[in-house]
Design a protein around this ligand. Sequence first.
Ligand SMILES: CC(=O)SCCNC(=O)CCNC(=O)[C@H](O)C(C)(C)COP(=O)(O)OP(=O)(O)OC[C@H]1O[C@@H](n2cnc3c(N)ncnc32)[C@H](O)[C@@H]1OP(=O)(O)O
Ligand SMILES: CC(C)C(=O)C(=O)O
Length: 558
Amino acid sequence: MMDATKYAPGYYPPKENEYRWVKKDHIEKAPAWCSVDLRDGNQALIVPMSLDEKLEFYQLLLKIGFKEIEVGFPAASQTEYEFLRTIIEKDMIPEDVTVQVLTQCRDHIIRKTFEAVQGAPRAVIHFYNSTSVAQREQVFKMSKEEIKEIAVSGARLVKQLSQEYEGNFLFEYSPESFTGTEPEYAVEVCNAVLDVMQPTPDRPMIINLPVTVEMSMPHVYANQIEYCSDRLKYRDSVILSTHPHNDRGTGVACTELALLAGAQRVECCLFGNGERTGNVDAITLAMNMYSHGVDPKLDFSDMPHICEVYERVTRMKVNDRQPYAGSLVFAAFSGSHQDAIAKGMHYREEHHEHRWTCPYLPIDPHDVGRTYDADVIRVNSQSGKGGIGYILEESHGFQLPPKMREHFGYRIKDISDQHHKELKPEEIFDVFNKEYRNKISPINVIEAHYVQQKGNNITAMVTIEKDGEVYDSTAKGNGRLDAVSNAIKLLTGYSYALETYTEHSLEDMGSGSQAVSYIGLKWKNDQMSWGAGQDTDIIRSGIKALVSAINNKPEKED
Ligand SMILES: CC(=O)SCCNC(=O)CCNC(=O)[C@H](O)C(C)(C)COP(=O)(O)OP(=O)(O)OC[C@H]1O[C@@H](n2cnc3c(N)ncnc32)[C@H](O)[C@@H]1OP(=O)(O)O
Ligand SMILES: CC(C)C(=O)C(=O)O
C-alpha cells in the first residue's frame, strides 16, 4: 500500500525570494559546459568503464567540444588513477581543455588525488562534503560548525597541496546535497571556503550548488541559485555552477531555470546518464538552446555515432524517446502529423526558407545526422495519405494525384493493420509496383498501331492479351489513349469513364528520363480504380496506366 503521509517536502526554499529570473524567457548564451560522464556517469554504471573505454569516451567528449571534463575520482580505483596518469603522461589534454578531478574533503583522499593529477597542464581540483540536514544528523552526526570545518580544512589542504605539487590547478567546491541544505547555511559554508581559497577575477573559483537529489519543483531551485548568487563573497571571482540530477524527471527544467537565475556553468552527462535517474542530459540542454537560435558550442551533428559509442562503452541504452537522440524522436506515424510535415517540407522548398518552421519537428533532423526517409515519416496503420504519398515521392519520385494518394494510402494502412507491423519505404514501393504500376494481368496491350484521320480522330488497332488469350480489336478515339481505351472496351464489354489523368517525368532516380502517367477510372456505382504507367515514351506510359487501372477494376464490374 502506498502511504503519502510518510513523505513531506524535504527541501529548503530561501527565506527571501526575489524571482528576478521569472522575467526572462530564454537563455541568451551557452553556459560553460563540464561533462561529468567519466566520473558521475561512470560511478553509476553496473560495470564502470575500463581504461580503454574511458579513453574512447574521453575522445568522444573532446570531439563534441567539451572544454571542461571531470575525468574521474582518482582515489576511487586503480583504473581511475591510471586514466589520469595516462592522459597527463601521454599529453592527451588539448591546450584549450581543462580536466577536473573529484575528491571528498578527507585528507588521504585529497592527497591521493594530487598524486594522480600532478603534472597536469590545467586541472580543477573539485572537493566536496555533504552539508544537508539529513546527512548532518544521520551520517556525520555533527553540528553545522563541525560540518563547515570539514569544508574549511579540506580547502586548506587542497590549497597547500596545490602549492607543493607540480601542475596548474584551479578549484571547485560543492556543498554536496545542496538541495537538502538550508540555503543560508550553504552560503555560509561556501563563503568560508572562498575565504580560504581567495579567488581573484584572474584565477576564479567554481562554486557548484548541486541538485544531488532532485527534491523540489524547478522554480525552487532557481530561487536557491538566485539567493546564493546574490550572497556569495568574491562574486566577480566565482563561477557559479550547477550539477542537477533528475530524480523528479525535471533535471533539464531545473538547469534551465538556474541559468536564468544566474548560474554560469553546467555539469552534465550525455543522454542523462548518472546516479539513479541520472545527471541532467547535456544533449537536451544544448539542443534546447540550439532550437532557440543560440549556439550551444557543442557539436551534436553526428548523433548516430555518439549514440553508438555511448551504448558500447557504457553498456547503457539510448531510449527510443530520448530527446534529440532517440530512434523515434523525429518519427511521425500518425496521418495528420505526416501530412503537416510533408506540406511543411514542400513549403520550405518552395519558399527557400532558411528559418526552420516545419510543423511537429522542433529541429531539422539533418542537423543531428538523421535522415528524412528513414527517421521522419514512418508508416503503420495510423498513417495517412499525405505521409505515404510523401514517402513514395521522396524515395522514388512518384507524385500521385490526390485521389490516387488517398486510395493508395488506405491500401497501405490496411496491409500494415493486417500484418500488425510498420511498413518501410521499400515495402511501400513494392506494393505500388505490384498493385498499381505497369500491371499487365489479366489484360495487357501487346501492340498498338495508330492511323490519324480527318478531324483529329485516331484509329487504334490493338493486340490485346486477356486471360492468356490474344485478340485484335480496332476502335476510334479523340486521341491515342482514348482509341486504345475504346478498343479494350469493345473487346471486354467493360464500362468505365476516364476520370483522372496526370503525368510527369521521372528524373534523377537512376532510371534515366522516364514518363509516368496516372489514371483513375470511374466504374458503375461511382467506384474508382487506379493505375500508374512508366515508360520512356509518354503515350506508352499512358496506355500502361490505363491497363493497370483496368486490371484494378472493382470486383463485380464486368
Ligand atoms: C554525490 C556524489 O556523487 S559524491 C561522489 C561519490 N562518488 C564516490 O563515492 C565514488 C568513489 N568513492 C569511493 O571509491 C570510495 O567511497 C572512497 C574511496 C572515496 C572512500 O572509500 P571508503 O573510505 O572505503 O568508504 P566510504 O566511502 O564508505 O567512507 C565512508 C566514511 O567516510 C566518511 N565521509 C564521507 N564523506 C566524508 C567527508 N567529506 N569528510 C569526512 N568524512 C567523510 C563517512 O562518514 C564514513 O565515515 P565512517 O567510516 O566513520 O563511518
Ligand atoms: C560531488 C557532487 C557535485 C555530486 O556529484 C552531486 O552532488 O551529485
